[in-house]
Ligand binder design. Sequence first.
Ligand SMILES: Cc1ncc(C[n+]2csc(CCOP(=O)(O)OP(=O)(O)O)c2C)c(N)n1
Length: 299
Amino acid sequence: MPFSIPREEFMEPGHTACHGCGATLAMRYVLKALGKNTVVSVPASCWAVIPGAMPYRTLDVPMVYTPFAATGAVISGLRESLDIQGKEDYNVVGFAGDGGTADIGLQSLSGAMERGHNVFYIMYDNEGYMNTGVQRSGSTPFGAETTTTPVGIDRNFKRQNKKVVADIMMAQGVPYVATATIAYPEDLIRKLNNARKIQGPKFIQILATCPTGWYLPPEKSVEVSKLAVQSGVFPLYEFQNGVLRVSKPSRTVGLKDYLSIQGRFSHLNDEDIAQLQEYVNNRMTMLLEKEKDTANPRP
Ligand SMILES: Cc1ncc(C[n+]2csc(CCOP(=O)(O)OP(=O)(O)O)c2C)c(N)n1
């Protein structure tokens, strides 16, 4: 079926994000999909700063700031209060970074999903604590240099693999879970349209490029997001009512193509890249096996 991106905008120009900020595009597309009757809750993060200080604002929908750890709890409360007022048709959206989701906000997120509130939780994943100066998070991938994993002479880059919150949400049995990137807006908006049809919690993890923290030219923001998908580093999938569908990239590229345009990986040698490749392969195998399993559930 032909698909077009909604023309209406709920984000105005004049925000304070860095050039090429993927988190900004993520918000723009999410609001295009969900429309005017939407309330957004944002914890401490880049997005707490991007709208600008009063009286300026870049969003045309109400926005509630929350403490860093509390997004899941706040969207639960917003949902309950809107329902009591008879405003069931309002979308409630938690919009949080990877630090606020994979690390400090994980229990609050998991609780909100478990209670079954009819909310969207959007994790914009720029793979680090970017607002406070590019510190590592649980969602930072193996191999990345950050200010808390400075390479130096000890080659002290991040040694642990990425904690993928979408996979955790899938394991928890959240009714709608998806991954998306800012490079494929049609895919992201289609996923939000599917998610809207589900009464209950919805979780979407959007890979959101951060040129500042990835040491990447801003004009390559969208290109690198595509390479993340095509190299298998960030597989796109949709998990709906227990059934997983994994997108097979229409073009495949090597891991080096993705890594080599980002300064945060410039120190990696062939052995390091092989280690990352093994993780990428294993995760893809796990996802494809799960896809098969959920299509044909075992008796
Ligand atoms: C309890 C608490 N600890 C630390 C901070 C400081 N702080 C504000 S924003 C931020 C980083 C947020 O990182 P992330 O959630 O990944 O979002 P991003 O900045 O990348 O958009 C930190 C550590 C805080 N506000 N509250």
